[in-house]
Design a protein around this ligand. Structure first.
Ligand SMILES: Nc1ncnc2c1ncn2[C@@H]1O[C@H](COP(=O)(O)OP(=O)(O)O)[C@@H](O)[C@H]1O
Ligand SMILES: [Mg+2]
Length: 1013
């Protein structure tokens, strides 16, 4: 592209706008009928009309298209009512053009007509063209669709897309034309014809039409207003201002006051300034006077004059002289009594005088309330008039209530008693009530109100719009006040109406403050000053000023001042809008800068920040850095947070996959896969996914001749727990792993694989080998408690110490076992290996139970279960539940034992797709619990299965326990073969050297004999 003439400057922005296209229908044919010079003149007249109406509503003429124009509303400066402005402009254009066409027909016999297309949506707006000579324009699909609407429109009509209609509905009258297939649009587009001005003038009108939500909170504010009303009634006059950001409820509060006044028979006159109305002077004053004189749109001029004269003269006969002025101002000049010629200035002064006379007329006996809304949009003329009116209310029976947004700085001071109510957003309880009214109380909505409160910071308008959006997007089903959540809400977007309001607010900031806000939005909900400065790209002086501006405008607030200034977004939605308004190139650069600043400014906190850094690096397009930091984060999460670790390793793998070929890609890809496999047996994984990871990892390891990784992979494959297979096969695999470890010549790997591989020997009942490997590990590690740590097991030494404990327990040497377990537990805890600590603690509990300290055993096992839950991996949770069941059985709490073991079984099977190597152990425990509960028949079935399963797979460690349960179940249910089961159990225990169990068998045999005799 270098050398190309057209270049997009980097300073564009994403904006939500409304695009309007207008052109002459059939211009080619028309042009042919005319002399070119004349045609040019005709077109100039046409362009003038279009341009004037675009300007009137503060749009931008983006370009002339030859036979028409393209205009944009909402860019460069955002207007919250961009769609309405476009529609108003379109209506006036069509009016003006029809007049113009009539003239052309008369003069040139020409049948001239125009058509208009309107669409709203996102565009990229900015300079484009020759560098340095670019002109501002909007680009995007939104533009193309607006043009298609124009092409579709009938002559003399304006067509809107659904997106524009959605924003204009209520304010404008629209006619649904149904769906159309549009070239370039993937889905049919619903098209509307613009039919005229609608009934709604403000957002509150729209809310009224939809049905107001229940009025919540605002008790104090209402009390303040009522008090002011009392003062007015007492003839003192009163004036109150209500200040709040858009959507907080200024209009609603005024509406509630007005309703109360009317209920008490007090007259209320309402007026409001309009966003697009600054170009139409005195609009609110006109509105007010029309309300005061009770003038309706349909009234004939004569009637209007009568109404004015009637009311004015009744009040104050002296007003007779002012009537011509009033008539003229209200658009009904009396042909018989023309207004004397006056300068505009003098005329306005006279008008102000008349209005004051109306307020102060001595004959007025009835109180009245005057509400003027949205003064932030007021024109100068109306503002001056309002100022005098406010001064005039003192000592009358008039209450004046005005409202405006915080950015408005009144040019008037108001009467002495004037004061302002700063309307705060809704409190959490009020939000709950509002959401309850809108959505209902269905249990599926639990937590929704809290979430909405957090997202909207209590702004009722935003709450209403988001609920509407949730309904439209099909998350909520039912009807108003009785919805159910039917689809989980992963992400609540920003409704376009809310987007428009917030974007307009942001655009009022200066360029640098806006840049700062955008940078902050990339950094996060909160950002330290130290990070924000470099990523904003501003120098220190400009930064300070910009920061002050954003804080003053309440976009950011200082969440903390010490040890460093921490800036937070006042409103989560503002952050989203600021974020979305940036071009992705800019966003990317800021993300990368944020990552770098975070690294640099927090040298001691890299571990805890690594996931965040990875995230910014990834969004910043720095994939290699992202992969590295993601791996860092995954290591750090480790066995403490296995779920996070697995997720982070998966992400590391994906990031590595996106890298260019190279050694680091392979190395990161390999370790990310191996690590995932290491979590597979802890957390469970889809077998197909596991197989794929393993195959990919093996290929990578073989390609680089990485023996170490190959050995590890073998251990995590054939040597891993949790797979249903025969002991012989498992042992053979474990043996091979031991050999590979030996060959690798890597001491840490050797220790890690020894330790992890030993588990197979325990399960198979090879207690001596199991114990010898543990000795080996202890010896190899020596004083180095970290040796082999974190490769598969957090602390292999602690593991080996635990294994020794298990060995001695199985042999019935309880004191010895307890000593080893305690050493193991201490080591695991000190070395920060919560997993081995959990496994060991469960074993300590088993020893306590065997020694008869049942209460202590149960309480320890319960605590252990909680710790395991907190850790979160399924292997450990299930194991700790099995261990809990063991001690509950010893305590003869059979119900509790059954619950624990069933939960253990459920957890395990759900995650692992099989019962694993100790399925028979859990079944044996279950059989015992069932026996304790007197459910002998079920116990028998479960025990049969337990013994079978252990026998079939050669998993001899739990077999005696299973056989013992079987013997008792047979005896209890009167089935034959109790003795045979005991004999088999004794034989297995003898063979494996589990002398502790052997002793139990002798006791059991005695009990059986006693029961029979
Ligand atoms: N206290 C309230 N209780 C219930 N709904 C409210 C309350 N305040 C405002 N709303 C609703 O929120 C929306 C926005 O309020 P509005 O008064 O138009 O805000 P503002 O005039 O400050 O921009 C309206 O639909 C309104 O009915
Ligand atoms: Mg309002």
């Amino acid at each position: 592209m270098s050398g190309s003439a057209n270049r997009i400057e980097p300073d564009g922005e994403r904006k939500q706008v409304t695009v309007l296209f207008a052109d002459v229908k059939g211009s080619m044919d028309l042009a042919e009928q005319q002399d070119p010079e004349q045609w040019r003149e005709i077109m100039q007249g046409f362009f003038d009309i279009l341009a004037e109406e675009v300007r009137r509503f503060e749009g931008t003429v983006d370009k002339f298209t030859g036979d028409g124009i393209m205009a944009v509303f909402g860019a460069p400066i955002a207007h919250e009512d961009h769609a309405r402005r476009a529609c108003y402009a379109a209506l006036r254009m069509l009016d003006d053009i029809s007049e113009y066409a009539a003239e052309l027909r008369r003069k040139h016999g020409l049948s001239f007509s125009a058509r208009i297309g309107i669409n709203s949506g996102e565009v990229v707006a900015g300079a484009i063209g020759e560098p340095g000579d670019g002109s501002y324009t909007a680009i995007g699909h939104t533009v193309g669709l607006a043009q298609r609407m124009e092409a579709l429109a009938e002559p003399g009509k304006a067509y809107l897309t659904e997106a524009a209609a959605e924003l204009a509905r209520g304010y404008l009258e629209l006619e649904d034309l149904g769906e159309f297939e549009i070239k370039g649009a993937s889905r049919p587009v619903r098209v509307f014809e613009l039919a005229g001005v609608g009934a709604a003038r403000s957002r509150l009108d729209l809310s009224r039409e939809r049905g107001f939500s229940a009025f919540v909170g605002r008790r104090e504010e209402m009390a303040t207003l009522e008090e002011a009303l009392e003062r007015a009634r007492a003839g003192e006059g009163a004036a109150v201002g209500i200040v709040a950001e858009p959507g907080v409820g200024k209009s609603r509060l005024c509406h509630e006051l007005a309703a109360r006044c009317r209920a008490e028979g007090i007259e209320v006159f309402e007026a409001q300034a309009q966003a697009h109305g600054r170009g139409i002077p005195f609009m609110p004053v006109l509105q007010m006077l029309r309300a005061y004189f009770g003038i309706a749109d349909a009234d004939q001029e004569r009637i209007v004059r009568e109404k004015i004269a009637g009311r004015a003269l009744l009040l104050d006969p002296e007003l007779a002289d002012d009537l011509p002025l009033l008539f003229d101002f209200l658009g009904v000049p009396d042909p018989d009594r023309p207004v004397p010629r006056l300068s505009a200035e003098a005329r306005q002064r006279a008008l102000r005088g008349v209005v004051c006379k109306l307020v102060q007329a001595p004959s007025r006996r009835d109180p009245a309330a005057l509400v003027v809304e949205d003064l932030h949009w007021v024109d100068d003329g109306s503002e001056a008039l309002l100022g005098e009116l406010l001064d005039a209310v003192e000592g009358t029976m008039t209450l004046v209530v005005v409202n405006f947004r915080p950015e408005y700085e009144p040019s008037w001071t108001g009467p002495p008693d004037y004061h302002e109510i700063e309307l705060a957003p809704l409190r959490q309880a009020d939000t709950r009530e509002l959401v309850g009214d809108l959505a209902g109380e269905d249990p599926s909505l639990d937590g929704l109100a809290e979430e909405l409160h957090e997202r909207t910071a209590g702004n009722p308008f935003f709450i209403e719009e988001i609920v509407r959006e949730l309904v439209e997007a099909g998350h909520l089903e039912g009807e108003r006040g009785a919805y159910r959540l039917v689809r989980p809400i992963e992400e609540i977007g920003v409704p376009s109406s809310v987007q428009a309001v917030l974007a307009a607010r942001i655009d009022r900031l200066g360029a640098e403050a806006k840049r700062l806000l955008q940078a902050a939005s990339v950094a996060g909900k909160e950002v330290s000053e130290g990070t924000l400065l470099p990523i904003s790209g501003l120098d220190e002086g400009a930064f300070e000023a910009a920061l002050r501006e954003t804080i003053a405008a309440r976009f950011l607030y200082e969440a903390e001042l010490f040890p460093e200034r921490l800036l937070a977004f006042t409103h989560p939605l503002t952050r989203e809008v600021a974020y979305q308004s940036q071009l992705s190139t800019q966003r990317r650069a800021t993300h990368a800068a944020t990552a770098r600043a975070t690294i640099e400014l927090n040298p001691d906190r890299h571990d805890e920040l690594s996931a965040l850094i990875a995230d910014h690096m990834e969004k910043g397009g720095e994939t290699l850095e992202a992969a590295r930091w993601s791996a860092h984060a995954a290591y750090w999460a480790g066995h403490h947070q296995p779920r996070d670790a697995l997720r982070l390793w998966r992400r590391t793998m994906e990031l590595a996959g996106a890298l260019e070929e190279g050694a680091e890609k392979d190395a990161l890809g390999l370790s990310a896969r191996i690590r995932q496999l290491d979590y597979a047996w802890r957390l469970g994984m889809d077998p197909a996914e596991e197989a794929r990871l393993k195959a990919e990892a093996e290929e990578l390891a073989e390609r680089s001749g990485d023996l170490r990784s190959l050995a590890l992979l073998r251990a995590l494959g054939t040597g891993r727990p949790g797979v249903e297979r025969d002991a012989g096969e498992w042992i053979a695999g474990a043996d091979e792993v031991q050999r590979l470890a030996e060959q690798s010549g890597d001491r840490d790997l050797l220790i890690a694989l020894r330790a992890a591989g030993s588990y197979a020997f325990l399960c198979a009942g090879e207690l001596e080998r199991f114990s010898r490997i543990a000795d080996d590990v202890i010896e190899l590690a020596g004083d180095d408690r970290r040796a082999g740590g974190g490769i598969i097991i957090g602390c292999p030494l602690a593991w080996a110490l635990m294994c020794k404990g298990i060995y001695h327990r199985e042999r019935g040497e309880l004191e010895e076992a307890a000593r080893w377990f305690n050493r193991g537990l201490r080591t695991a805890t000190e070395e920060g290996d919560p997993e081995t600590a959990c496994w060991t603690r469960g074993n300590v509990a088993s020893i306590l139970a065997l020694r008869g300290e049942v209460e202590a055993a149960v309480s320890l096992a319960r605590r252990n279960r909680e710790l395991a839950d907190r850790l979160g991996d399924v292997f450990t949770r299930s194991l700790s539940l099995g261990q809990l069941a063991t001690v509950e059985l010893a305590a003869e709490s059979f119900e509790a034992a059954l619950d624990a073991v069933e939960e253990a079984e459920r957890l395990y099977r759900e995650a692992m797709h099989s019962g694993g190597e100790v399925g028979s152990w859990r079944a044996a425990l279950r059989a015992e619990a069932l026996l304790g509960l007197g459910r002998a028949a079920e116990a028998l079935e479960v025990a049969e299965w337990a013994a079978d399963d252990a026998r079939r797979h050669g998993i001899l460690w739990p077999l005696p326990r299973a056989l013992k349960a079987l013997a008792r179940a047979r005896a209890a249910s009167g089935a034959a073969g109790a003795e045979a089961a005991i004999a088999e159990a004794a034989e297995v225990a003898e063979r494996t050297g589990a002398r502790g169990v052997l002793r139990e068998m002798e006791e059991e045999r005695g009990a059986l004999a006693a029961a029979r005799s």
